[in-house]
Write a protein that binds this ligand. Structure first.
Ligand code: BDR
Ligand code: CA
Length: 314
């Protein structure tokens, strides 16, 4: 299917995305690189190593990346993911350690070693990818594809009224990545907020009773609490990162995904971090657009939560 570098801020839904991919024997994860976002990048690396240990894949290297954005700030999200990023579950420390190679350098090295083969799946702020672009200006020609969970096109933001968290955490980096000219698929809140994992899905996981399903049910408790109290008013969790993973490897085909130009608001007003996609063609079936480079996923079939539960139980 795909050979991936997963860049993430693990994080409850990042952990789900990793487990989803790790359960597919046809997907190869060459490396996981971590970035600040839900938690600090070092904590995200520890959480990633825990997930890899759970499925016996300590052979996959984990590299730590940016601990703040280009302005030197890091807005973490313990209220969504817990202080530890995994729902305050107090899991034991992983046995393995991250590599000493920094994330952006690892991305550049692997891209040079595998020209045209690697698909980068970005599930956190885009600081590592932007840093990698600065280190290797030829990166857009070395990488096969970039799939990004981020942005809000017609949907409101979640960090601010206008901006989604991954983009809002480093709008300057996001702008650079979205305009680098490489083939990008953007999976925004417009689709991730409608793919909801419910308490029934969690019951299925509990029933399966495997180490993986027990782990996922445990970490999801905090995430479901957050969504119930702050977002939906009912038990349900948005499948942001796992949906982006499923789209990246072709398991979910978008039903509406125009290729358009996307820019990011890097100003200091209320729009900071907003993704401005040129979807003015929506009444004419999105005619071809000059300078368009981003496939923006605006519609899916909405069957993904079942697929995710099946995969994790299987
Ligand atoms: C995105 O932000 C992070 O909190 C999640 O892991 C996801 O990648 C959703 O806005
Ligand atoms: Ca994430």
């Amino acid at each position: 299917k795909e050979t991936l570098i997963v860049d993430c801020d693990t994080g409850i839904d990042d952990a789900l995305a990793l487990l989803y991919l790790l359960h597919d024997p046809e997907v190869e994860i060459r490396a996981v690189t971590t970035v600040f976002g839900n938690v600090d990048a070092t904590v995200a690396a520890g959480n990633t190593l825990r997930v890899l240990e759970l499925v016996g894949r300590e052979d996959i290297p984990v590299a730590i990346g940016a601990r703040s954005n280009w302005r030197g700030t890091a807005d973490l999200a313990p209220f969504v993911h817990g202080d530890d990023g995994l729902g305050n579950t107090g899991l034991p420390a992983p046995a393995a350690a991250p590599t000493s190679e920094p994330a952006a350098e690892m991305i550049v090295r692997l891209a040079r070693e595998n020209p045209g083969r690697l698909h980068v799946l970005a599930l956190g702020p885009l600081t590592n990818l932007a840093t990698a672009l600065l280190l290797e200006p030829d990166l857009p020609r070395l990488v096969k594809h970039v799939t990004i969970m981020g942005g809000a096109v017609r949907h409101p933001g979640n960090s601010t009224p206008a901006a989604e968290a991954n983009i809002h955490n480093d709008p300057e980096a996001a702008r650079m990545v979205l305009r680098a000219g490489w083939p990008v698929t953007l999976v925004p809140l417009d689709v991730t907020m409608t793919e909801v994992f419910t308490e029934d899905h969690v019951d299925r996981l509990r029933g399966a009773g495997t180490p993986v399903t027990r782990f996922v049910a445990t970490i999801l408790a905090h995430y479901l609490d957050f969504y119930e109290q702050n977002v939906f008013g009912a038990r349900g969790a948005a499948c942001h990162d796992p949906l982006a993973a499923a789209i990246a490897v072709g398991d979910v085909s978008p039903v509406l995904a125009p290729v358009v130009a996307v820019d990011v608001d890097t100003g200091d007003g209320p729009g900071r971090g907003a993704t401005v996609a040129d979807i003015r063609g929506q009444y004419r079936d999105f005619p071809a657009q000059r300078g368009a480079a981003v496939r923006v996923v605006l519609g899916t079939e909405r069957t993904f939560p079942e697929l995710l539960a099946d995969r994790l139980c299987g």
